[in-house]
Write a protein that binds this ligand. Structure first.
Ligand code: BG6
Length: 477
């Protein structure tokens, strides 16, 4: 696919995000001669040294050596800027790179920076005149977008002082995952499911984002942010809106985002009793190598930061009134699994008995697995041969890998959309604010912090959130 010529400026061009995610995606995306990359960072080096670094990052990502070196040599520039200083030198460099007209004056400005630097950098971008070029100019901001409602509003105001909302792309990389996007296709292209997707047919919805990974690699960041800011306000809120939203009138960016915002606005205030927070302690047995959270570098030895949250959410609208949505996420858990389980109501009278004891007496269950084994399965009962009344639970399954092979990386999809000017998979200012309004108070309320063992499914107190329908969390089976 060909893309508009443009200059892609990465603020934080020598950081971990640039090295691991952005550069490998940009290597594919900036294939045409008119596409160029400018790295901006504090590290003192010149363009030649940066090109060597970029080529190394690409080779680490599996790009063949001569292709990596050629691309870095032809497409890449660098500008070192001391921290906190004005960006006039960057503006001059941008002008030089744009002077031959190859990039048509189009710009992407990507903030791959620590969150505290977003606001000040946007101010400096504005003052240096970088927010307006001869062509289009788009700003990409990473998460976390603010730390609560007030800080998100302030950041939105700073952005809107220099950019129109149509220029702004707030990244939540979950929206770039194929399987997350497939939620919309699954729901709105398959009337069989959509006609059952409501309070009449659904008993509850479970959204689980369990990570085996612990917080040791980013202790300092994590201890400031916690599970609510790191995962719930962003990724879980996005999954919830996609599962619960109404069909948009079109798939235009604002039509989709309008429907997502409506879901967030329909969520009832979340009381403390609907939330279980936890923090992992040391593992045992197979996870004995995982120390407790408070033992990580950068984490306070008496840290109150939760690494786990289970939350029961009610959506007060016509479709979902009375259906609990159970959100659950944590670090250092038993398995790496992102799954949405839609639990359908049981038949009004049970004429058969199940011979399989792990089906929990449920109605049909649809499990959409977003990672790691992308696909879905529909769990239903079939008659066991021989006996007239015994049924057995079986799964009708679909696997992405078997059907399609490789699935593109989220960043490849999202960066291509930025360059195409499609905002559908990016978070609008009001979505971010509504999500903080709902979830930020959970970090501040005085709530018990339950311990759980690294490598487990989290505190058992979370089981009590499921107080109707089949017992237990489907993700654990
Ligand atoms: C990031 C969080 O946004 O998402 C990390 O900051 C988390 O803490 C990561 O590990 C999970 O992403 P994925 O794509 O691995 O599920």
């Amino acid at each position: 696919m060909t893309h508009d010529a443009h200059l892609f400026v990465v603020f934080g061009g020598t950081g971990d995000l640039a090295r691991r995610k952005l550069l490998p995606a940009l290597f594919t995306l900036l294939a045409e001669p008119g596409c160029r990359l400018l790295g901006v960072a504090g590290a003192e080096m010149d363009t030649d040294e940066y090109r060597v670094w970029v080529a190394g990052a690409l080779m680490d990502a599996g790009v063949e050596e001569s292709a990596a070196k050629r691309w870095a040599h032809e497409r890449v520039w660098y500008r070192s800027v001391p921290r906190h200083s004005e960006l006039d030198a960057v503006a001059e460099q941008v002008a030089r790179i744009e002077s031959d007209g190859a990039t048509r004056g189009n710009r992407v400005l990507y903030l791959a920076l620590p969150p505290a630097a977003f606001g000040p950098t946007i101010e400096r971008i504005g003052r240096a005149g970088l927010a307006r070029g001869a062509g289009w100019c788009r700003l990409v901001v990473e998460k976390p977008f603010g730390t609560d409602l007030e800080s998100a509003q302030t950041l939105n105001e700073t952005i809107h002082d220099h950019f129109e909302e149509e220029q702004v792309y707030r990244i939540d990389h979950y929206l770039g995952k194929e399987t997350v996007q497939n939620l919309l296709v699954f729901r709105f292209a398959n009337p069989l499911f959509e006609s059952s997707w409501n309070r009449d047919r659904v008993q509850r919805v479970e959204i689980t984002v369990a990570e085996e990974l612990d917080a040791s690699e980013r202790g300092e960041y994590y201890d400031r942010t916690g599970v609510i800011g790191d995962m719930v306000q962003s990724h879980l809120a996005q999954l919830l809106t996609l599962v619960a939203m109404e069909a948009p009138s079109t798939f235009a960016a604002d039509a989709v985002r309008d429907e997502k915002v409506k879901v967030l606005r329909s969520i009832r205030h979340i009381p403390a009793g609907a939330v279980v927070l936890g923090q992992y302690g040391a593992g045992t047995g197979a996870t004995a190598h995982t120390p407790g959270y408070r033992a990580h570098e950068g984490v306070a030895s008496d840290s109150p930061t939760p690494t786990y949250a289970a939350i029961k959410v009610w959506i007060d609208n016509w479709r979902w009134q009375g259906v609990p949505f159970l959100l659950r996420t944590g670090k250092a858990m038993a398995r790496h699994l992102t799954e949405i389980a839609v639990v359908f109501r049981s038949p009004p009278v049970c004429l058969f008995h199940s011979v399989v004891d792990d089906c929990l007496g449920a109605g049909d269950v649809l499990r959409l697995v977003l990672q790691p084994d992308e696909g879905f399965s529909l769990h239903i009962d079939v008659k066991r041969p021989g006996s007239a009344t015994s049924a057995q639970r079986i799964a009708l399954s679909f696997s992405y890998a078997e059907e399609f092979g490789r699935i593109p990386e989220a960043y490849e999809t999202l960066l291509a959309d930025v360059v195409e000017g499609d905002q559908t998979l990016f978070v609008r200012h009001d979505e971010v604010e509504e999500s903080w309004r709902l979830f930020a108070p959970l970090s501040h309320q005085d709530m018990p912090l339950h311990g759980y063992q690294a490598g487990s499914w989290g505190p058992s107190a979370a089981d009590a959130l499921i107080d109707s329908g089949p017992k237990g969390w489907f993700a654990e089976h």
